[in-house]
Design a protein. Structure first.
Length: 317
């Protein structure tokens, strides 16, 4: 079709809808619509909750949405039906995002779960549509970026929203308990990210999941070592899969303390970017010589009534 084909009303409206959604998020906080999202989240504590800084990724997602909404207006794209479909779905996505904010801020957590589930379904549809368009219509890879960012985050956000709902009902973790439940959710997020990376050759989704996993590690590293360890492994796996981390050298594995993590350790060992040692990385000639020297100096110091060198571990008795 010629580039003079008129734009559909939906495509014309898309930039305004994205901007309106961003403004609504700002205005909702200033006019006192309910309570802040973070305030409501903190009232219903669960182990899948990321550190607050993780939510800054919304700025990047909305910037990508804005960029797409402007680029799709170009004359060269006017006759492409793919942009019609994506723009219609993106308008609905932004409407749902505003509805979610309103529901969550006023404490309608059950309603917010329903809204975010619909948002996840739309995220999947946009992601698949964009990737198919890249291969069947010869479109640039850039078209997938906004939807990859969104799907990666909305997947994690949906799991967190479900966890918040369970916590609000007093069923934190269900029958499995909070820690195994959080670890299972992390495993599910990693499996999804890796599957999308392999199936669609998309590396933004695992990068976003890695970002979220590391934020969960930061949030729980001092209070729940099991969840923190699982989040660290999740962040490592997805960062390696996305290519944002070139390689990793590992000496200690979570599965040494918990056999249920054995599949995760095996997955790491199977990656060509991983170099591993069997919990013996310190047993080099230099390391052992230094250990013996510090031990000897510590014994001499104690026998002479002096304080052993800093970092020396002295057993009671």
């Amino acid at each position: 079709m010629p580039p003079t084909t008129p734009l559909s009303p939906l495509r014309v409206a898309l930039p305004a809808v994205v901007v309106a959604n961003i403004l609504f998020n700002t205005v909702a906080a200033r006019v006192g619509l309910g309570e802040g999202v973070q305030v409501v989240s903190r009232r219903h504590v669960h182990l899948f909750m990321p550190a607050p800084y993780a939510f800054a990724i919304w700025g990047l997602i909305y910037a990508a949405f804005l960029a797409y909404s402007v680029v799709q207006l170009r004359a060269v794209h006017r006759g492409n039906v793919v942009y019609e479909r994506l723009s219609a779905m993106l308008i609905l996505t932004n409407v749902l995002a505003a509805a979610w904010v309103a529901a969550f801020r006023v404490g309608w957590i059950d309603v917010s779960v329903g809204i975010i589930a619909l948002s996840l379904a739309l995220g999947v549809a946009m992601f698949v549509t964009a990737h198919r368009a890249r291969t069947t219509h010869g479109l640039s890879t850039w078209i997938t970026a906004p939807f990859s960012l969104y799907l990666g985050w909305i997947s994690v956000a949906t799991l967190a929203n479900v966890s918040t709902l369970l916590a609000s009902m007093g069923v934190n973790g269900g029958a499995y308990g909070p820690t195994p439940f959080a670890v299972a959710l992390l495993a599910g997020a990693v499996i999804l990210a890796v599957a999308l990376a392999v199936g669609f050759r998309d590396y933004l989704v695992p990068a976003v999941v890695s970002w979220a996993s590391f934020a969960i590690l930061v949030e729980h590293q001092l209070t729940n070592p099991s969840v923190a360890a699982a989040a660290l492994v999740a962040a490592l796996l997805t960062a390696l899969q996305s290519g944002h981390l070139g390689g990793a050298g590992l000496d200690v594995f979570v599965s040494e303390g918990d056999a249920s993590f054995a599949p995760v350790s095996q997955a790491l060992l199977a990656m060509p970017q991983v170099v591993a040692t069997p919990h013996a990385g310190a047993s080099s000639h230099e390391g052992l010589a230094r250990t013996n020297l510090v031990a000897a100096r510590s014994v001499i110091a104690i026998l002479n009534g002096l304080t052993p060198p800093p970092g020396t571990v002295v057993a009671d008795g």
